[in-house]
Ligand binder design. Structure first.
Ligand SMILES: NC(=O)c1ccc[n+]([C@@H]2O[C@H](COP(=O)([O-])OP(=O)(O)OC[C@H]3O[C@@H](n4cnc5c(N)ncnc54)[C@H](O)[C@@H]3O)[C@@H](O)[C@H]2O)c1
Length: 271
C-alpha cells in the first residue's frame, strides 16, 4: 500500500516565510493548506499553488478550530501545523498604550500559538501523532527595545511552547520552535533599507523556510532553533537558573511531581 501524503497547515501562510515553506513542502510531496488573514491575496496564491486556502484570524479560537476541521474534512488528516502568523508592534513604545494595537499583537503573535495548539492537538492525535512548529523570533530571546511588545509576545509564545511541549510529546505530538533573526519579508518594512545601508546581512525567506522544515523533520520536543545569516540553524541551549538551596547550602531539585516535565538542565534543576 502506498503511504498517504502528509498534510500540513501553515498560518500566516501567504507571507514571506509561509509561502517559501509551502513551496518547500509541496516539493516534498506534502499536501498543504494555507491560512491567513489576507483573503484576497490568499485566494490568489492558493489558486497559483493549487492548495486549499482558509481565511483565518489566528486570534479567534473558534476560527482556529474551524480551520483545522476544514483541513481534516478536505484532506482526511492533519499531520503538521506551522504556527507562523505574526505582526510587528503598531505603536510607538514611548507613547501611551494603544489598546487596539496591543490586542492585535497579542492575538497574532501569542494567541495564534496558544489557540493554534489547542485547535491542532485533537486532529494531530487522530492522525497518530504529528508535528507543530512555532515561528517565534530572536526578539523572544533577546530584548528588542525598538518593539517591546513584539519581544514580549515572541518571548511568551516561546515560553508557552517550551512548557506545553512535554505534555504534547506524551500524546505523540512533537512541538519545536524556530527563532529567526531579521529576514527579508514584508514584515520588516522600511527597516530593510536601513539594513542594506548599514551592510547588515539579513536572512532570506528561503533560509527560514529551510529551518522550519528542519525543525519539522528533526527537532526534539520543546527544542528551539536560532536562525542567523551565515550559519546553519542552530539548536539554542537555554542556560540553567541558580538552583534552590537548603539551609546547609546544598542544591535541591524541585519535587518530582512538580517538575515531572522539566528535562535535566531546565529551571528548577540544580546546575
Ligand atoms: N521577517 C522577519 O524578520 C522575522 C524574524 C523573526 C520572526 N519572524 C516571524 O515570522 C513569522 C512570519 O513572518 P514573515 O516575516 O513571513 O512576515 P509576513 O508579514 O511576510 O507574513 C506574515 C503573515 O501573517 C499574516 N497574519 C498577520 N496577522 C494574522 C492573523 N491575526 N491571523 C492570520 N494571519 C495573520 C499576514 O497576513 C502575513 O501573510 C511571524 O510570526 C514573524 O513574527 C519574522
Amino acid at each position: 500500500m502506498t503511504p498517504r501524503r502528509r498534510t500540513a497547515l501553515i498560518t500566516g501562510g501567504i507571507g514571506g516565510f509561509g509561502l517559501a515553506l509551502a513551496r518547500l513542502l509541496l516539493g516534498r510531496d506534502f499536501t498543504v493548506a494555507l491560512a491567513d488573514l489576507d483573503v484576497e491575496q490568499g485566494q490568489k496564491v492558493a489558486e497559483e499553488l493549487d492548495v486549499l486556502f482558509i481565511p483565518l484570524d489566528v486570534g479567534d479560537l473558534a476560527a482556529n478550530h474551524r480551520a483545522v476541521a476544514l483541513v481534516e474534512s478536505h484532506y482526511n488528516a492533519l499531520d503538521a501545523v506551522f504556527l507562523n502568523a505574526g505582526i510587528v508592534g503598531r505603536q510607538d513604545p514611548t507613547a501611551p498604550l494603544d489598546m487596539k494595537a496591543y490586542e492585535a499583537i497579542l492575538d497574532a503573535n501569542l494567541h495564534g500559538v496558544t489557540y493554534g495548539i489547542d485547535a491542532a492537538k485533537p486532529a494531530l492525535r487522530r492522525a497518530g501523532g504529528g508535528r507543530i512548529v512555532v515561528t517565534a523570533s530572536l526578539a523572544g530571546l533577546v530584548p528588542m527595545p525598538g518593539d517591546p511588545l513584539y519581544s514580549m509576545t515572541k518571548s511568551a509564545a516561546l515560553a508557552y511552547s517550551r512548557a506545553i511541549a512535554p505534555h504534547l510529546a506524551e500524546q505523540g505530538i512533537t512541538l519545536s520552535i524556530v527563532c529567526p533573526g531579521f529576514a527579508d519579508t514584508p514584515l520588516i518594512g522600511p527597516m530593510r533599507s536601513a539594513f542594506e545601508d548599514a551592510g547588515f546581512p539579513i536572512l532570506t525567506a528561503d533560509d527560514v523556510a529551510a529551518a522550519l522544515l528542519l525543525a519539522h523533520d528533526e527537532a526534539e520536543a520543546g527544542s528551539a532553533y536560532v536562525v542567523q545569516p551565515g550559519s546553519p540553524p542552530m539548536p539554542y541551549r537555554f542556560r540553567n537558573v541558580p538552583a534552590a538551596r537548603d539551609p546547609s547550602g546544598a542544591s535541591v531539585a524541585v519535587p518530582t511531581g512538580l517538575s515531572a516535565h522539566s528535562p535535566a538542565g531546565e529551571p528548577g534543576q540544580p546546575s
